[in-house]
Design a protein around this ligand. Structure first.
Ligand code: AMP
Ligand code: MG
Length: 348
């Protein structure tokens, strides 16, 4: 199969919608990351998503809708979910509710809840509306790889496996949606995203944060969300995060960098713009200001992918503050680093 990247004209979106109706998979831009879109009501199409991604079949998919009226068809919607949907949709919030039978088990990994989102990206909404279907779409990357924020990323991972990718340019946010379970109490944020827990608490004050956002679930517990268990977002290079006071961090990273250079020359440092001067004569990449994490969110996944293209083997990185979207950045980075983080303030 030849994969075509389509400009987002009405005509082309209609062609892609027809392809989804036929049971095929399409690369779909959204404001978070690119999705691999399929008819959520067709178990064969949904199974095909898992197969081309290499995704474990018990890691459920998000169902995307473009119209509030769809909700009643796919889930038993409760009042608190309606409050959240009214406050944050269309937008980067995914809401878990008990599912109706129309949603195949393949979508939910046989769980009795379904994850639902109404994206704000206009191309995504047009594609969903024109297909006339709820759309199951995980991030359009091979399982374990950094999520795609450009059409070329989708092409790299799925060239020859899907007929179309719609070119929506670079994703506005660059990190996946916030996922919240409001099917049963205690209501819990399972994955942080652009919409922060502080914003959610303005609507539902008692929402909690899952303990696994910055920690690996132990293998003997049942995770609140299957996705927490898997290796994620990882570049080929070994990524090591260093946290703590910025001067102690720089001292540690310089030390590790010098040691690692003796073993191999393909070492890089990721640092905030204002700290670059702390790494004289080193090979570093600036990741934006530490005061405005939006820029880092926007380019994080592309950056992780570009490290692979440069053939980098070891990366030492400064870390984001945990406020606002910083928590979402750290949730992704700590998984990309396979939980390999050194806290310099704790050593000594
Ligand atoms: P992705 O498709 O890559 O954006 O990942 C979707 C995330 O939502 C994964 O971490 C899933 O585990 C999670 N998810 C989807 N449906 C459910 C559900 N019914 N219960 C818990 N987590 C879910
Ligand atoms: Mg994903």
């Amino acid at each position: 199969m030849k994969t075509e990247i389509l400009k987002p004209t009405k005509e082309n979106i209609n062609i892609a919608a027809g392809s989804i109706r036929k049971g095929e998979l399409v690369g779909m831009p959204t404001e978070t990351v690119y999705g691999l879109a399929a008819n959520a009501l067709n178990p064969d199409s949904v199974k095909n998503i898992y197969s081309v991604k290499g995704r474990p079949s018990n890691n459920p998919l998000i169902v995307h809708i473009a119209d509030f009226n769809e909700l009643d068809k796919i889930c038993y919607i409760n009042d608190d979910a309606i409050k959240l949907a009214k406050a944050f949709w269309p937008g980067p919030l995914t809401i878990l509710q008990y599912k109706k039978d129309i949603i195949p088990d393949a979508v939910t990994g046989s769980l009795n809840t379904v994850a639902i989102r109404m994206p704000s990206n206009k191309i995504a909404r047009d594609l969903i509306s024109m297909s006339g279907l709820p759309i199951a779409a995980p991030s359009a990357n091979k399982s374990g790889r950094p999520s795609p924020t450009l059409p070329e990323h989708v092409y790299k991972d799925f060239n020859g496996l899907i007929p179309y990718i719609i070119d929506g340019g670079q994703c506005e946010i660059g990190l996946e949606s916030t996922v919240i379970n409001v099917a049963s109490k205690p209501y819990t944020v399972l994955r942080p995203g652009k919409i922060s827990i502080e914003e959610i608490r303005q609507i539902l004050p008692d929402v909690m944060l899952s303990n696994n956002i910055l920690h690996e679930p132990s293998p003997d517990t049942v995770p609140e969300s299957p996705g927490m268990m898997y290796k994620h977002y990882a570049p080929n290079a070994k990524l090591i995060l260093v946290s703590g006071d910025r001067f102690n961090v720089a001292k540690k990273i310089n030390e590790l960098y010098n040691k690692s250079l003796i073993e191999n020359s393909r070492t890089k440092i990721l640092c905030f713009d204002e700290n670059a001067y702390l790494y004289p004569d080193k090979s570093f990449i600036k990741i934006g200001s530490s005061k405005h994490h939006e820029e880092l969110a926007h380019k994080l996944f592309a950056l992780l992918r570009s490290l692979d293209e440069m053939g980098v083997e070891t990366v030492y990185s400064e870390v984001a503050d945990l406020g606002g979207i910083g928590l979402a950045i750290m949730n992704r980075m700590i998984r990309a680093a396979a939980f390999n983080i050194i806290d310099v303030d704790k050593i000594k």
